[in-house]
Design a protein around this ligand. Structure first.
Ligand code: ADP
Length: 251
């Protein structure tokens, strides 16, 4: 579903992703862990087309994503190509980024109607299903400011799913929340993980959550994958001292 092929990303002289190679299967739930600055968010931002890479190729669903084919050659993707490619991917950010002047329902139907061209009634039906899934069926007419941070984040999750993405990217989705609101958001994500086959790429400091939902954990250090394995192994018997000391510091 996702393949990074020799991906190099730098900001000035700072090499942030160092010839990175990895692949994620369709339906896999993968958590990226590692110290601050190790490149985790940059991976998500590349998949959101918020950054461009300096070398290598990213593939999504077997098709080039960072690049496009022209006359049999891979060339950097045009803005037009990216506009379509990025529809395959939904993202939920740390700060919910809901449209503040729209109701919950409008937040959920805006892109399906205006980007995917769905008719309003279909988009509203789907939005209601998703609000039910995130436990907010009674909030469709509320404005974001009338909701708690945890509720806003659950709306943001529903909004990402409303585009029927093949991949869901979750970037520290609970770190801006008060502790008592974290559980509700994580439970919604656990439900989505058990009831859908969406591919998930997760950056989180919630190690218990990572353990519960992930099929795989990738430990990053300095823009490289230091180790990669099932959560039981990475969390209980890491191969590297660096992983051990990182986990000791965060758990
Ligand atoms: P992580 O998510 O693992 O904390 P990031 O991917 O956010 O790591 O950052 C990796 C490195 O890239 C850091 O050294 C950070 O300072 C640098 N970086 C990220 N974004 C930018 C940017 N827009 N401009 C310059 N440097 C950046």
């Amino acid at each position: 579903m996702i393949r990074f092929d020799n991906v190099l990303k730098r900001f000035g002289d700072n090499v942030v992703l160092d010839h990175l190679d990895f692949a994620i299967d369709r339906g896999e739930r993968v958590t990226l862990i590692g110290p601050s600055g190790s490149g985790k968010t940059t991976i998500l931002r590349l998949l959101m087309t918020l950054e461009t890479l300096n070398d290598g190729v990213i593939w999504v669903g077997g098709q080039p994503f960072s690049h496009e084919q022209r006359r049999g050659k891979l060339v950097p993707a045009s803005e037009k190509y990216l506009r379509v490619a990025r529809r395959r991917i939904g993202m939920v950010f740390q700060h919910f980024n809901l449209f503040p002047n729209m109701t919950v329902m409008e937040n959920l139907t805006e892109a399906p109607v205006h980007v995917l061209g769905r008719d309003k009634a279909t988009a509203r039906d789907r939005a209601r299903e998703l609000l039910d899934l995130v436990g907010l069926a009674d909030k469709e007419n509320a404005h974001p400011t009338q909701l708690s941070g945890g509720q806003q984040q659950r709306v943001a999750i529903a909004r990402a799913l409303a585009m029927d993405p093949e991949i869901l990217l979750l970037d520290e989705v609970t770190s801006a929340l008060d502790p008592e609101l974290v559980v509700g958001v994580l439970n919604v994500l656990r439900d989505i993980a058990s009831n859908t086959d969406i591919t998930m790429l997760i950056v989180t400091h919630e190690m218990q959550f990572a353990r519960d939902v992930s099929d795989r954990v990738m430990m990053f250090d300095k823009g490289r994958v230091l180790e990669d394995g099932p959560p039981e192994q990475i969390f209980t018997d890491p191969a590297h001292e660096r992983t051990r000391s990182f986990l000791k510091a965060v758990v």
